[in-house]
Design a binder for this molecule. Structure first.
Ligand code: GRF
Length: 196
């Protein structure tokens, strides 16, 4: 079985990264982690990745100022150097320019905490409650130029309960994210295998 080399891009705590680390540790899982990359050198998830013995790199966006493309060129070089085949965004809090999106077209996945196309952007849990949604959830999709707009690869539903706050709902969605992302990535790898 081919273990496809992936990169996980994070900006924060990295709980979805953790679920991918655990999945990749299984001998029969079709991916391995070639790189964990963060735009924030102080992201707690970087420490988790280091403790797991993974190859990590921080490419701070701040020294690049407004030059998003220059930051992305550095990110892209690190991805290529590590021999990455698939990029998994997992709480990577940067809006990407067409440069990076096109460089990884069809090979870059993102997890978003809503049932897209409902509630793109930030604060999805508060938005779902405010809209009176009875069902909420999470989506793994391919990344395209439009934010949170690419083809959907998988979704998981959770009910919105009467007494939910954005935090209680977020926690219920997050536990589904941790199941959905590894499952969709495995399926995605298998699709690559059948088309190679
Ligand atoms: C998750 O809710 C994910 O859906 C969103 O950002 C959050 C990242 O959380 N894109 P974590 O860093 O994986 O814990």
């Amino acid at each position: 079985m081919t273990k496809h080399p992936i990169a996980i891009l994070i900006s924060g705590r990295g709980s979805n990264m953790r679920s991918l680390i655990d999945a990749c540790a299984q001998p029969d899982y079709p991916a391995r982690i070639a790189l964990v990359l963060s735009n924030r050198p102080d992201a707690p998830g970087l420490e988790t990745a280091r403790e797991a013995g993974l190859n990590t790199v921080a490419i701070d966006h701040r020294p690049f100022g407004k030059d998003r493309a220059a930051h992305e060129r550095a990110v892209n070089a690190a991805l290529r150097d590590a021999g990455v085949e698939i990029v998994c965004l997992a709480g990577y809090m940067r809006v990407l320019t067409p440069y990076l999106v096109h460089a990884w077209q069809g090979r870059m996945l993102n997890i978003h905490p809503s049932l897209l196309p409902a509630f793109p952007g930030l604060h999805t849990h508060a938005a779902a409650i405010a809209a009176g949604a009875s069902t909420h959830g999470c989506t793994v999709h391919l990344v395209t130029d439009g934010v949170d707009e690419g083809p959907i690869l998988g979704q998981a539903d959770v009910p919105v309960l009467k007494d939910d706050s954005p935090d209680t709902l977020a926690a219920r969605v997050l536990s589904q994210e941790h199941v959905l992302y590894p499952a969709v990535l495995a399926q995605f790898c298998e699709t690559l295998d059948t088309h190679q």
